[in-house]
Ligand binder design. Structure first.
Ligand code: NAP
Length: 255
């Protein structure tokens, strides 16, 4: 188990939903948490509530994340735990009523969800390689990415989102293989339906219908359950290069 006391951690998308809860559970274990979000006000709100530090950055932008990471390092040190939760999920059909899928929108989703995840991983890993190992096996740190069950069974209207999350799934093993020589593990969580603002802002009947599709337990997952899985991944050194579904056995239907 990694002693998280005074260990620096970085959580992207930490201003909301699963990222905010993950920032809290890491702080409760003693980590010095940097909350990164494109929305600085939300990041500050999370950071203030957990005694953390807020930075604003767009994960899809190289210089933006480099600058945010540097100010995080100046404040708390080089993160040994990095959790990528930043993401967007706009729905659009490939051929809709108004014509073909907007190409800019497709590129934006790929940029934020896939390029953004890789951008954070590459910059954080480069810094992590300079840290001293903290376990007998030479562990320097762990990077946890967030995909989605839509990577496997994307619904109609999720072409961009599913493709972006499929990329995050495919990135996991080669990243883990490459960073193994530095003692850096790479894992991905693929959540199903989790009760964050994204889902809870939907109409009640839509929420009930979605929750009813989860075999067991028949409800949305709690962001806290995602945070607990992150903690387990941090603690369990044999977890590496794998994608874990957190979904109550749901398999999304076409629509
Ligand atoms: P959320 O509550 O919307 O949180 C995502 C956060 O990321 C928001 O604060 C958002 O800011 C921020 N963000 C968006 N674009 C960014 C960028 N370019 N740079 C930095 N931050 C950015 O969503 P969530 O439900 O917690 O989702 C967390 C992750 O889990 C996402 O990757 C999502 O795709 C994935 N996921 C969610 C579910 C679910 O059921 N909730 C299921 C499967 C996978 P703004 O609010 O300003 O956009």
């Amino acid at each position: 188990m990694m002693d998280l006391n005074d260990v620096a951690a970085l959580v992207t998308g930490g201003g909301s939903g699963m990222g905010a809860v993950t920032a809290r559970v890491l702080a409760e274990r003693g980590a010095r948490v940097v909350v990164l979000d494109v929305n600085l006000e939300n990041a500050q709100h999370t950071a203030e509530s957990i005694g953390g530090f807020a930075v604003s950055a767009d994960v899809s932008n190289g210089p933006s994340v480099e600058a945010a990471l540097q100010s995080a390092i100046d404040e708390v040190g080089v993160p040994r735990v990095v959790v990528s939760c930043a993401g967007i999920a706009p729905a659009s059909r490939i051929v809709g009523r108004d014509g073909p899928h907007d190409l800019d929108l497709y590129q934006q989703v790929i940029n934020v969800n896939l390029v953004g995840t890789f951008n954070v991983l590459r910059l954080a890993a480069a810094r992590m390689t300079g840290l001293d190992p903290v376990s007998d096996s030479g562990s320097r740190g762990v990077i946890v990415n967030t995909a989605s069950v839509a990577a496997y069974e994307g619904q109609i209207g999720q072409a961009a989102y599913s493709a972006s999350k499929g990329g995050v799934v495919a990135l996991t093993l080669p990243a883990a293989r490459e960073l193994a020589r530095f003692g850096i593990r790479v894992m991905t969580i693929a959540p199903g339906l989790i009760g964050t603002p994204m889902l809870l802002n939907m109409p009640d009947e839509v929420q009930q219908s979605l929750a009813g599709q989860v075999p067991f337990p028949q409800r949305f997952g709690e962001p806290q359950e995602y945070g607990q899985l992150v903690l387990h991944i941090v603690d369990n050194e044999m977890l590496n290069g794998e994608v874990i579904r957190l979904d109550g056995a749901i398999r999304l239907q076409p629509k």
